[in-house]
Design a protein around this ligand. Structure first.
Ligand code: RP5
Length: 155
């Protein structure tokens, strides 16, 4: 995918239509626009399950204040679950869990710069300290994050 195609796709997903299906119950966040093609698949599963969601790019490293605000206000805005996808030093799911007591589902993602084929992101997401949980699904498997979110919602 070219940079322009990615930019167009990002705008298509992240304009006001970033809220899909009514009042969002699930927030899908990711560390980079380059994660969108993968993370959109979580949205597809939620859409099929008729679960309203919102989707947004925010980096724990590049835009930490946005991540903190988004997660700290998530419950009061009606969200029930946060799905967070990231690659490399994948801090986003853990940082999200640090700022909310909602369930956070982490999706480790691989990329061209991944070490160990994505093991870097897996370990970054799964190795959380006690008391700050992140439920981690398999590498490049955002669909399972959405299926788990649906189960958490009890639908
Ligand atoms: C992570 O670094 C992102 O989640 C992405 O998976 C990876 C590469 O990001 P970009 O260089 O494409 O922005 O932060």
């Amino acid at each position: 995918m070219t940079e322009q195609q990615l930019s167009e796709q990002t705008e298509a997903v992240l304009d006001p239509a970033a809220i899909v299906g009514g009042d969002p119950r699930v927030g899908i966040i990711m560390g980079s626009a380059s994660d969108l093609p993968a993370m959109e698949k979580a949205g597809q599963v939620l859409k099929e399950a008729e679960v309203a969601y919102e989707i947004e790019v925010m980096s724990a490293h590049r835009d930490p204040a946005r991540v903190a605000d988004y997660c700290a206000t998530a419950r009061s805005r009606g969200l029930k679950v946060i799905i967070a996808g990231a690659g490399l030093a994948a801090a986003l799911p853990g940082v999200a869990a640090a700022h909310t007591d909602l369930p956070v589902i982490g999706v480790p993602l691989s990329s061209a710069l991944s070490a160990g084929g994505g093991l870097d992101a897996i370990l970054s997401i799964v190795q959380m300290p006690p008391g700050v949980p992140v439920a981690t699904v398999g590498l490049d498997n955002p669909r399972n994050a959405a299926h788990l979110a649906v189960r958490i919602l009890g639908i």
